[in-house]
Design a protein around this ligand. Structure first.
Ligand code: UGA
Length: 430
């Protein structure tokens, strides 16, 4: 199948390279000239495990090409996936102008049947606007179909998720579109759920919002555990063992972040408001997420007394491990709160250092965790990179001014740290 993927970001590039690996011929388009030049030179524009090899394989086998022109994709491909960003506006509403722009350009280049697929995360009813735009701007003789195929890729494991999804959701309106989508995903061993377009659009926001809700539930439990002296890690383990609930996304911490959950929850709330529904349960999830960051700051204060003028060693700035992405990172938000309290920050992150340097010029980025810890009043571990649980904590204790550790992800070896004489602070762990 000949496929065009428009937007070569975290979703589009993984999707394009994944389709190429499956044997399709793919052209990936992005208006960012620098990004396309990077890709043409054999490099990937951001860090995602396994992606560089996949892109390399696709280009070497000549199944993956790149362009800055949407018209190239429309000419070449029978199926066009829209994978552009839908950033959040002040009101919480997603900004769909990139989706509109791409749709308009596709419409103007259409000269033969094409299947246009929404993969960008969009609110329900976007499909209606996409169809309207295609109809209004394209030649009346040309036919097209629309499909909605939301993505469920997690950053850090997006390549794995592409080839091993729990399900593939496809909203279609015609048999022709359904057959094309079946052929595209033929070699992926996952159930395909065919729905109407609106339901497919809704499934994406409903899934991300439910996962955010689950995390906030775990975070709320951590506050209860804190107050009664129970261990939230054991509580969520016991709860998650119920197969109806499941363990995934039930880990408490400093709050969820990233380019998806905060934005998608806000967008879903906005949508509910706009159709006259007060989505109370989801509002509470978003509030709990904000609260968890404030609770974290208070917990840190408990360990060191006054914050003003103190140096804090921060490990982890990415919004989660295995990514260099710091968008909506709760670690970054906590760093900002500490800076506002008058702290100095010495930070280390295995992948996000460069991005953090640009976003937080006032902090000192260190080459390793020990350099960050040297002379600091406390060690704050804010992203659960697995290597942080295996540090030489005896060495850390020697170089910190005060033996205080805040574990913002409840994953460090609590007993070991306490046996070394650390004041170990976490969220809902006694
Ligand atoms: C999320 C969804 O998991 C994907 O299915 C979806 O495709 C993607 O958004 C998207 O819409 O594009 P992602 O944002 O990459 O993926 O990351 P997650 O692994 O879901 O984590 C999100 C945030 O929740 C992170 O800050 C993470 O640290 C936090 N989290 C996750 C917790 O605090 N506790 C958990 O138990 C799980």
């Amino acid at each position: 199948m000949k496929i065009g993927v428009i937007g070569a970001g975290h979703v589009g590039l993984v999707t394009a390279a994944g389709f190429a690996h499956l044997g399709h011929s793919v052209i990936a388009v992005d208006e960012d000239q620098t990004k396309i030049e990077t890709l043409l030179s054999g490099k990937t524009p951001f860090f995602e495990p396994g992606l560089a090899d996949l892109v390399c394989e696709g280009t070497e086998k000549k199944r993956l090409t790149f362009s800055t022109l949407i018209s190239d994709a429309v000419t070449f491909a029978e199926v066009l996936f829209i994978c552009v960003g839908t950033p959040q506006r002040e009101s919480g509403e997603p900004d769909l102008s990139a989706v509109e722009k791409v749709t308009s350009e596709i419409a103007r280049s259409l000269s033969d049947y094409r299947l246009i697929v929404e993969k960008s995360t969009v609110p329900v009813m976007t499909g209606e606007w996409v169809k309207y735009t295609l109809k209004v701007l394209s030649d009346k003789e040309v036919s097209f179909d629309l499909a909605a195929n939301p993505e469920f890729l997690r950053e850090g494991s997006a390549v794995y998720d592409f080839f091993h999804p729990d399900r593939i959701v496809v909203g279609v309106e015609t048999e022709r579109a359904r057959k094309i989508m079946e052929e595209i995903y033929h070699d992926i061993p996952a159930p395909i759920l065919f729905t109407d377009i609106k339901s497919a659009e809704l499934i994406k926001h409903a899934s991300n919002s439910f996962l955010a809700l689950k995390i906030s539930y775990a975070n709320a439990l951590s506050q209860l555990c804190e107050r009664v002296g129970a261990d939230v890690n054991l509580v969520v383990e016991g709860v998650g063992l119920d197969s109806r609930i499941g363990k995934a996304h039930l880990f408490p911490g400093i709050g969820y972040g990233g380019s998806c959950f905060p934005k998608d929850v806000a967008a879903f709330l906005h949508l509910a408001r706009s159709v006259g529904y007060d989505f109370k349960i989801l509002k509470a999830a978003a509030e709990t997420n904000e609260e968890q960051k404030r609770f974290s700051l208070e917990k840190i204060r408990k360990g060191v007394w006054n914050l003003k003028g103190k140096t804090m060693a921060v490990l982890g700035l990415a919004f989660k491990p295995d990514t260099d992405d710091i968008r909506e990172s709760p670690s970054v938000e906590i760093v900002k709160m500490l800076l506002a309290e008058g702290c100095f920050i010495r930070a280390y992150d295995p992948a996000a250092a460069q991005n953090a340097k640009d976003a937080l010029p006032e902090i000192t980025i260190c080459a390793d965790p020990y350099q960050a810890a040297k002379g600091a009043s406390a060690l704050l571990v804010l992203t659960d990179w697995p290597q942080f649980a295996k540090l030489d904590f005896e060495r850390i204790k020697d170089i910190l001014l005060m033996p205080v550790i805040f574990d913002g992800r409840n994953f460090l070896p609590k007993e070991h740290l306490r046996s070394l004489g650390f004041t170990y602070l976490a969220l809902g762990r006694t």
